[in-house]
Write a protein that binds this ligand. Sequence first.
Ligand code: NAD
Ligand code: ZN
Length: 407
Amino acid sequence: MARFTLPRDLYHGKGALEALKSFEGKRAIICVGGGSMKKFGFLDRAIAYLKEAGMEVQLFEGIEPDPSVETVMKGAQAMIDFQPDWIIAMGGGSPIDAAKAMWIKYEYPDITFEEMCKVFGIPALRKKAKFCAISSTSGTATEVTAFSIITDYAKGIKYPIADFEITPDVAIVDPDLAETMPKKLVAHTGMDAMTHAIEAYVSTANCDYTDPLAIFAIKMIESDLVASYNGDMAKRDSMHNAQCLAGMAFSNALLGIVHSMAHKTGAAFADYGAHIIHGAANAMYLPKVIAFNAKNLTARKRYGVIADYMGICNKSDSDAKKVQALIAYLRKMNDDLNIPHCIKNYGADSYPCEQGFVPEDVFLARLHDIAVNAIGDACTGSNPRKPTVEEMEKLLKCCYYDTEVDF
Ligand SMILES: NC(=O)c1ccc[n+]([C@@H]2O[C@H](COP(=O)([O-])OP(=O)(O)OC[C@H]3O[C@@H](n4cnc5c(N)ncnc54)[C@H](O)[C@@H]3O)[C@@H](O)[C@H]2O)c1
Ligand SMILES: [Zn+2]
């Protein structure tokens, strides 16, 4: 038996934020990040709508990008003190993910972070509060997913919390919020969405319910992302939907080792002054992982279907040739979006450069541990080809040097 879970309600289209007016409850806590929602007026509007609905409103502000376990614990305490019956998380993936983890701790104050990370091990929520997610970036689709990514900075590792219990009750997908994104954020979050859709389509957990969402999202992202990056606001709006469709697919079909590798490299070099931003990591690793996974015949066929559907190859081409076309197309997208092809060329500002912020000797010294951690990541289980630690090390090396995957 398989399960397919989505939010009970999804409000979409320009002005959808107004849906908050119709919420019923006594107290709502709004969780936001560093200030973009306030700056662009969306926070004030959300507060006004909730007050119009008769609710007392409290804010939990300042959730950092790639939120920490400490922030989760602090937010949960604020919820325990305020006793909200609605948790409204607004912003990018970071504040929404943090709020999901806070929600678990609010409902079960004794639960530890380690217990939260047990895959599909969260006890029943919604005894104290319901959850609404309002996304302002077009990538993570956390507004519809069963995932939350929290970083343990002591270990330098991102941990996915995965359970349908944390799939929000309500998602608001209002493209107005995405229009204020700076270009770099459009690029990174957009390639995150592309990776979600492609990994979901070839995942071993794909099914008839997830495939149409994944493949249609891929086609939309192909048509919309670069133009959105270059300032086309109609395409920006469309990308907000595309990333959400990709999220519906991967929340139910799961992901693969592009994400395992991104999770385990993201904060691994933070002591050298930067993170490898999630979407950029995915964008760099995706072509390498496609080459690796395509050794599996089922995956190769599925990548071929993607290339066909995108219209980037001849229908009569061999699957191997279609895979090459897909890899070439994705690399061209990276060029168009000013994303480097490998960690070696990944600058601290995320742009391509001759020598990036991760020194070669440091990368090689940490390679084995990163490979072991990546294999152990929750996303590895649904990847179409199971890598050994040695293969994962080789794959990560290809992602560092931008060398060909021929194993
Ligand atoms: N839960 C999931 O299913 C899932 C999936 C993929 C990634 N993630 C996680 O999500 C996080 C990344 O989230 P993200 O890419 O959405 O970015 P983010 O939430 O980390 O935000 C990045 C920056 O963009 C700013 N910002 C957000 N929206 C804006 C807007 N509309 N206009 C201007 N500035 C804006 C924020 O203030 C912040 O400084 C990572 O921790 C990643 O691991 C989660
Ligand atoms: Zn992702």
